[in-house]
Design a binder for this molecule. Sequence first.
Ligand SMILES: Nc1ncnc2c1ncn2[C@@H]1O[C@H](COP(=O)(O)OP(=O)(O)OP(=O)(O)O)[C@@H](O)[C@H]1O
Ligand SMILES: [Mg+2]
Length: 286
Amino acid sequence: MVGMTQKDNIIEVQNVTFTYNEAERPALHDVSLSVQRGSWTAIIGHNGSGKSTLARLLNGLLVPDDEKSKIYIDGIELTDDTVWQIRNDIGIVFQNPDNQFVGATVEDDVAFGMENRGVSRAEMQEVVQRVVADVRMTDFIKSEPARLSGGQKQRVAIAGIIAIKPKIIILDESTSMLDPEGKKDVLDLIRRVKEQNDLTVVSITHDIEEASEADDIIILNDGEIVQTGTPKEIFQQVELIDRMGLEVPFINQLIAQLRANGIDVPLAVTNESELTDYLWKLNSNM
Ligand SMILES: Nc1ncnc2c1ncn2[C@@H]1O[C@H](COP(=O)(O)OP(=O)(O)OP(=O)(O)O)[C@@H](O)[C@H]1O
Ligand SMILES: [Mg+2]
């Protein structure tokens, strides 16, 4: 069938350039990328590389510099006419959980997005109960968001987003202010929600171990894309990652060190169990 061999990209960004008012240089310069439907894509890059700017362009909070810049979300070009429709398709969870609450209670807050979209009262109540249960916050449904822990706040923010049934969730450093347990909790929740709702996840993150679990990785540097690929492809390039001011997962650092010391670890070895197997065999051949 025609089209079957084509990749099914839910996000297409073509030649996007964006400059903040009065900035000397663009925050993003001629950026093109695509994100496959149903994937988990990590965007990494050092501070100021343009990651959050990209997120804000994707849902039309910022508008590119010129006509050459094109953004397509689920096949629809982002324009003045489609921006409201597209905002229903993309939910963004930000870094600081405190800056994303508008409601006096958890249930009010979760309902807020739906109120703005003209959902009926009865449906709204049903959906709020369901999504609050999904994020395991039912016991706190009448609580004031300000009184919750960081992880709980992020879970409430996520509930508000899934209530609107987006196709894409963007996490902009959403777990960076959480302790390891809260971080794991929120990521597990996103994984579960993603599977249940056929979501595409774009995760902007400094957490290299999280990025290594993504399907695809995009590296931004000074407003440009320097590399895209699977975690396997990306993290083999230890030198490049280093040059970008980023960290390499421990296992890839170890493999690079072994190679530098004359142990010829094959390229196919990219994770802990493969490395353990290889080293065992190597040892038993000595
Ligand atoms: N509101 C703004 N006005 C002017 N310049 C901005 C604004 N927001 C960001 N910038 C600049 O645009 C560039 C890209 O910033 P952006 O916030 O997109 O980077 P980032 O990759 O998200 O960084 P971080 O990892 O620190 O969150 C930086 O040079 C930044 O200083
Ligand atoms: Mg940012």
